[in-house]
Design a protein around this ligand. Structure first.
Ligand code: HEC
Ligand code: HEC
Ligand code: HEC
Ligand code: HEC
Ligand code: HEC
Ligand code: HEC
Ligand code: HEC
Ligand code: HEC
Ligand code: HEC
Ligand code: HEC
Length: 313
């Protein structure tokens, strides 16, 4: 058990370690343009050895003024500036540009994302971002052939914070049209309203869980980070909350039923597990009244209580 916990802790730490790794690597580079660029590199742009074939961003900008114009506000160059202009440069992504420059702009002598394969693109980006997104290659998105550039763009961003081509949820709906309907239902998480984002519950870069769901040791945490009042621990836990999780009773996207419940009738929902109780005379209810009075009109603290074993208060 201890060992399992240790492993979990280690996995949780990894992104942090990686991140520190590449940030240091970027800042440690001796001069502008020395960040090595190999589409096949797997972890960090680590080497600080003087690299040949690099010319530096200033040279690129002499011919690509249009691209360069918008670049100073890009998160990539903000970091470059922070580190004394030695961070991410044009050539960190496009590779060494000397041959391209001396040929007067031969497009075959520079790494072009437009003609590169999905694999090459992802490897280039993951060369720096694998730390934050170690699971991308096993994600349903990677398996379906998407690349980073299916959702991100570097030079023509709409959502600058995360360099998205289009902001959420529109971005997601362009492919997941089937999901859109759920958020039009009478009861739904306010995603279209902008209060909740798809990425509050999903990590589209891949996780260990199903459905790209953010994975935590306790799956209910996806929900309880916002719905703290349901989290507990309670003196009297409702075993169902831990056993089947929030999704045992609720639908995550949208529903015809109030409170996003899985079933139109609360009593039917409860009776999946509690039918002997509801059918008896204990509650002074006969078969008819159990349909009329929702269980939760008495059992109000349905997620657990600190005061009453039957969750009456
Ligand atoms: C001497 C001028 C010049 C310099 C300096 C230069 N380029 Fe170019 N570059 C060109 C020309 C010309 C083209 C072809 C233009 C076109 O097809 O739109 C081109 C094309 C490109 C393309 C491919 C564009 C596409 O449509 O696929 C990329 C990427 C690129 N350059 C990046 C760079 C980078 C990075 C640097 C700095 C290392 C750089 N360039 C420096 C002139 C230059
Ligand atoms: C973080 C990686 C990255 C950096 C840094 C970067 N580019 Fe790009 N570049 C890309 C990607 C990805 C594309 C493909 C189009 C897109 O997604 O915006 C691209 C496309 C281009 C193109 C083709 C024209 C186009 O818009 O499709 C040119 C030219 C270019 N980049 C030049 C530059 C120059 C000059 C710099 C430095 C000022 C630079 N790039 C910095 C990733 C980068
Ligand atoms: C040479 C290393 C390097 C490469 C290659 C690189 N990035 Fe970045 N990226 C960075 C750094 C550094 C930042 C700024 C991070 C920060 O501000 O925390 C950044 C920022 C970002 C951000 C915004 C993060 C934020 O929180 O604002 C996105 C999205 C992103 N990169 C995507 C990409 C994509 C897509 C590619 C491939 C086309 C790519 N990057 C290639 C180093 C790199
Ligand atoms: C299916 C769409 C999609 C794909 C594919 C995708 N991303 Fe993202 N990415 C997003 C969204 C959406 C966000 C914003 C997340 C948020 O707001 O919490 C994001 C955020 C980021 C960030 C900044 C915040 C963070 O979580 O670190 C980086 C860096 C990043 N992506 C890099 C990449 C790289 C590298 C790839 C390819 C290996 C990639 N992304 C593929 C949709 C995508
Ligand atoms: C370019 C198209 C595209 C975009 C954009 C896109 N996806 Fe996907 N997504 C797919 C494909 C293809 C799959 C894999 C096939 C499938 O399961 O539907 C997938 C799978 C998923 C899955 C896993 C489904 C499962 O059954 O395991 C989730 C969750 C998901 N996407 C959420 C998102 C979110 C959230 C966004 C927006 C941030 C997004 N996607 C943007 C195409 C896309
Ligand atoms: C409140 C959390 C939450 C939000 C917000 C959310 N999802 Fe989900 N999503 C889930 C959960 C939980 C599941 C798994 C459902 C299951 O196991 O029955 C899921 C399943 C999925 C699936 C796979 C199953 C299916 O229904 O097709 C896709 C695709 C998906 N979500 C896309 C999205 C998109 C796109 C958005 C934003 C428009 C979004 N989700 C917003 C929690 C959320
Ligand atoms: C990013 C924060 C956030 C996350 C994560 C989240 N929710 Fe919500 N949830 C909300 C907001 C905001 C509302 C709308 C509240 C309102 O309209 O008063 C809501 C509404 C609900 C409602 C309906 C409440 C009512 O009074 O009708 C239920 C049930 C619910 N969420 C369950 C879940 C479940 C289950 C999950 C995990 C799959 C989850 N939520 C994840 C923010 C979140
Ligand atoms: C055993 C079934 C069940 C489980 C499991 C469950 N809920 Fe509920 N939840 C309900 C019922 C029934 C209601 C409606 C109560 C009412 O109508 O008064 C509700 C109401 C809610 C509400 C609306 C506000 C409130 O407290 O009345 C939120 C938010 C909510 N649940 C979130 C969650 C979250 C998050 C989880 C997982 C930690 C969860 N629920 C697990 C049955 C359940
Ligand atoms: C997924 C199965 C499941 C569902 C659905 C469910 N419960 Fe439970 N419930 C349990 C389990 C298991 C226990 C613990 C049983 C025990 O301690 O005897 C429990 C305990 C209780 C208790 C406390 C019993 C005691 O004496 O400690 C009450 C009251 C209760 N549930 C009411 C409800 C109500 C009301 C609903 C519908 C909103 C509901 N339950 C839905 C499984 C479920
Ligand atoms: C009119 C109020 C009321 C309604 C409606 C009600 N209950 Fe109860 N329930 C009670 C009271 C009072 C107790 C006894 C609490 C105690 O023992 O302290 C109880 C006890 C329970 C217990 C624990 C009893 C045992 O046998 O351990 C369960 C389980 C339970 N109720 C489930 C349900 C379910 C399921 C429904 C809906 C079909 C429901 N209740 C509807 C008032 C109600």
């Amino acid at each position: 058990m201890k060992r399992v916990l240790f492993c979990v802790a280690l996995i949780a730490l990894l992104p942090g370690l990686w991140k520190t790794g590449w940030v240091n690597a970027a800042s440690g580079n001796g001069q502008q343009g020395t960040t090595p660029q190999k589409p096949t590199s797997t972890s960090a742009p680590a080497s600080s050895a003087p690299a040949s074939g690099y010319v530096g961003s200033d040279t690129c900008m002499t011919c690509h003024a249009d691209v360069a114009k918008s670049f100073p506000t890009n998160p990539h160059s903000r970091l470059a500036l922070m580190h004394d202009g030695k961070g991410v440069t044009c050539e960190s992504c496009h590779g060494p540009g000397l041959a391209h420059v001396s040929s007067g702009g031969d497009v075959t002598k520079i790494f072009r994302f437009g003609t590169a394969s999905t694999k090459e693109i992802d490897a280039t980006c993951l060369g720096c971002h694998a730390g934050a997104h170690p699971n991308f290659n096993r994600s349903p998105h990677a398996k379906a052939g998407l690349s980073c550039l299916s959702c991100h763009t570097i030079h023509s961003v709409e959502n600058e914070a995360s360099l998205l081509k289009v902001s959420q949820p529109t971005l997601c709906y362009t492919c997941h049209t089937d999901v859109k309907g759920a958020f039009d239902m009478p009861f739904h998480h306010p995603v279209d309203e902008g209060t909740v984002k798809c990425s509050d519950c999903h990590d589209v870069h891949g996780t260990f869980g199903r459905n790209n769901l953010k994975s935590t040791v306790d799956q209910n945490k996806i929900c309880t980070k916002c719905h703290v009042e349901t989290r507990g621990p309670f003196v009297y836990e409702h075993a169902a909350v831990k056993a089947v999780g929030c999704l045992g009773c609720h639908t995550p996207h949208g529903s015809q039923n109030a409170r996003l419940l899985n079933m139109p009738s609360i009593n039917t929902l409860c009776n999946q597990c509690h039918s002997p109780v509801a059918g008896g005379t204990f509650h002074s209810m006969n078969a008819g009244s159990s349909e009329l009075t929702p269980c939760t009109s008495c059992h109000t603290m349905i997620h657990g209580s600190n005061l009453n074993q039957a969750f009456l208060k």
